[in-house]
Design a protein around this ligand. Structure first.
Ligand code: ADP
Length: 327
C-alpha cells in the first residue's frame, strides 16, 4: 500500500447515471475501511476549479445506495478544457491535501482525466458511469441496466395502448453515438424494428419491415429509434412513414430524461459497488491513469486512452436475434 496516499477525492462528471451514488458510497466506505480520508468534490470538474470540496465519512453516504442521480451533483466544465482551469483545479487539490482521485463519468470525463494526470502528479482512477454503455474495456457501464429497465417498462405501457388501437409507435431512446440502449431494449420489448446510429440501413429497410408486419397481421408495432441515427429523429421518421403509408396510424414517444432517473437496479448497485471499491484499492496499490471495468464478471483495468479510443461494437448476436424474433 502506498504510504503517501491518505486523502482521496471523488467526483461525478458529465451525464448523470443511476448508480453513481452507489459508486460514491463505495469509494467513501472503502476509504474508511482502509483508514484513508475521503473528500467529495461537488459539481464535477467545475467544483474542483471552484474549490467545492468537503470531507465525507462513512456515515455521510448512508441511504444513498438506492437513490438515482448523484449527491455530489454533476456538470460540464468548459474551464477544465483550459490549462489555466486545470492548474487552478490542481492547486485546490493541493490546498486540501488530496493526493488521489476517483472520477466517475463517461468518455469526456476520462479525456479530461487523461490530460490532467499527464500534467500533474496526482494519481487518478476512473469509474465508468454513463447510461450509454459506450466505453471500451468494460462489459457494462453504471446506469445502463437501470436505463434499459426504464425503457422496457415504458414500452410495456405503450404496447397496451398500441394494441388497443392497432397503432404503430416510434419510441425514441437515448444514444447519440451508441445503439446499446436501443438494441437491448428492442430485444427485451419485442420491437418490430430498431434504428441504430451504428447502422446505415436505408429507410426502405424500415418500410419493408412495416409491410412484413402488416402481412403477418401484427396488431401493434413498436419501432425503437436511437436519437443519433442517420435517418433522422423519431418525428422525422414518422413523417416519412406517413407519406409512404398514409393508412398506417402512428404515434411518437420520446422518452428523454426519464431514462436517467429512478432508483438504480440491483445490477447497477452491485456493479457500482464493485467498481468503486476496486478504484480505491488500485489507488492504494499505486496505480494511476486507468479506468476500472468489468469484463466477463471480473474486475479489469484499462488506460484512459484505450477506454476512450477503443471501438465498442454493436452486439451482433442481439442484432441478429432481434430480426429473428420480430418475424
Ligand atoms: P461524459 O463524461 O459523460 O462523456 P462530457 O463529455 O460532458 O461527459 O465530459 C465531462 C467533462 O469532462 C467536460 O465538461 C469537461 O470538463 C471534461 N472534458 C471533456 N473533454 C475534455 C478535454 N478534451 N480536455 C479537458 N477536459 C475535458
Amino acid at each position: 500500500m502506498s504510504k503517501t496516499m491518505n486523502n482521496i477525492g471523488v467526483l461525478t462528471s458529465g451525464g448523470d447515471a443511476p448508480g453513481m451514488n452507489a459508486a460514491i458510497r463505495a469509494v467513501v466506505r472503502s476509504c474508511s475501511f482502509y483508514g484513508v480520508s475521503a473528500f467529495g468534490i461537488y459539481e464535477g470538474y467545475k467544483g474542483m476549479i471552484e474549490n467545492q470540496i468537503t470531507e465525507l465519512d462513512a456515515r455521510s453516504v448512508k441511504s444513498i445506495l438506492q437513490r438515482g442521480g448523484t449527491i455530489l451533483k454533476s456538470s460540464r466544465s468548459p474551464d477544465f478544457k483550459t490549462v489555466k482551469g486545470r492548474k487552478t483545479a490542481y492547486e485546490n487539490l493541493k490546498k486540501n491535501d488530496i493526493n488521489g482521485l476517483v472520477l466517475i463519468g463517461g468518455d469526456g470525463t476520462f479525456t479530461g482525466a487523461k490530460i490532467f494526470s499527464k500534467e500533474f502528479d496526482i494519481p487518478v482512477m476512473g469509474v465508468p458511469g454513463t447510461i450509454d454503455n459506450d466505453l471500451f474495456g468494460t462489459d457494462y457501464t453504471i446506469g445502463f441496466d437501470t436505463a434499459t429497465n426504464v425503457v422496457v417498462e415504458c414500452i410495456d405501457k405503450i404496447r397496451d395502448t398500441a394494441e388497443s388501437h392497432n397503432r404503430l409507435f416510434f419510441v425514441e431512446v437515448m444514444g447519440r453515438d451508441s445503439g446499446a440502449i436501443a438494441l437491448r431494449t428492442a430485444v427485451a420489448s419485442g420491437a418490430l424494428d430498431v434504428v441504430l446510429p451504428e447502422e446505415t440501413a436505408p429507410l426502405e429497410d424500415l418500410f419493408a419491415e412495416l409491410v412484413k408486419g402488416e402481412a403477418n397481421q401484427k396488431t401493434n408495432k413498436i419501432v425503437i429509434v436511437a436519437e443519433g441515427n442517420a435517418i433522422g429523429s423519431s418525428l422525422e421518421i414518422a413523417e416519412k412513414v406517413k407519406a409512404k403509408f398514409p393508412h398506417i396510424e402512428s404515434k411518437v414517444t420520446i422518452l428523454g430524461h426519464l431514462q436517467r432517473g429512478g432508483p438504480p437496479s440491483c445490477a447497477d448497485r452491485v456493479l457500482a459497488s464493485r467498481l468503486g471499491v476496486a478504484a480505491v484499492e488500485a489507488l492504494l496499490k499505486g496505480e494511476s491513469g486507468l479506468m476500472v471495468g468489468l469484463i466477463n464478471d471480473q474486475i479489469s483495468y484499462l488506460p484512459f486512452a484505450e477506454a476512450i479510443n477503443g471501438k465498442t461494437r454493436l452486439n451482433e448476436e442481439l442484432l441478429r436475434i432481434s430480426k429473428v424474433l420480430s418475424v
